[in-house]
Design a protein around this ligand. Structure first.
Ligand SMILES: *[C@@H]1O[C@H](CO)[C@@H](O)[C@H](O)[C@H]1NC(C)=O
Ligand SMILES: *[C@@H]1O[C@H](CO)[C@@H](O)[C@H](O)[C@H]1NC(C)=O
Length: 163
């Protein structure tokens, strides 16, 4: 498994102060916002509701962070979770990778209640130990997602339409 290559990686969130001010004053400022996570990835800013999303892959958690209130919420899924992708039409509906299954989830992201999870599709059925990794949606609504086939020996990029 690819995680075993980095068993003790701790990832923290950092922020840069407003570029103009900090450039003139002391240069960029980096500060820790949350506690460390094991494998925290997929930072995604939703400008519509001003929340930062990210995952803790090993813990199976999806987090939302509100930089104004500094409140951190999360939901718990059963498996390795990555990526997390907001959808265009509803800020309470997301697409996420859960192991090698793409799921749709309904979650009010300023809280910690997972309202619904539905399977969209499962890939690499002949390789049960496969897992999704990085992924993003493009401006045309296509999802580009990387998958580790067979526990990490082969990496493939999948593209799926109309998400
Ligand atoms: C990281 O994962 C290991 C193994 O699952 C666990 O024992 C440890 O508590 C985790 N650490 C953090 C910071 O989540
Ligand atoms: C994801 O994989 C983990 C580890 O194999 C397993 O415990 C979990 O049940 C799986 N989740 C789903 C939704 O199949």
């Amino acid at each position: 498994m690819f995680f075993k290559l980095f068993p003790f990686t701790l990832v923290t969130l950092i922020t840069l102060t407003t570029f103009k001010v900090s450039y003139i004053a002391n240069g960029p400022c980096v500060r820790q916002l949350t506690q460390p996570f094991n494998i925290s990835e997929e930072p995604t800013w939703d400008d519509r509701i001003k929340l930062l999303y990210f995952v803790d892959i090993l813990a199976g958690r999806i987090y939302s962070y509100d930089p104004v209130t500094t409140i951190l919420n999360h939901i718990q899924l059963d498996g390795y979770v990555t990526p997390i992708i907001p959808t265009v039409h509803d800020t309470h509906v997301f697409v996420a990778g859960l192991n090698r299954t793409l799921v749709a989830i309904r979650w009010y992201p300023k809280g910690s209640r997972l309202e619904a999870v539905g399977t969209l599709t499962t890939v690499a059925k002949q390789f049960p130990s496969s897992q999704f990794n990085d992924g993003k949606a493009d401006a045309k609504g296509r999802l580009w997602i990387e998958i580790f086939i067979g526990g990490g020996e082969v990496h493939q990029i999948l593209t799926m339409s109309s998400l």
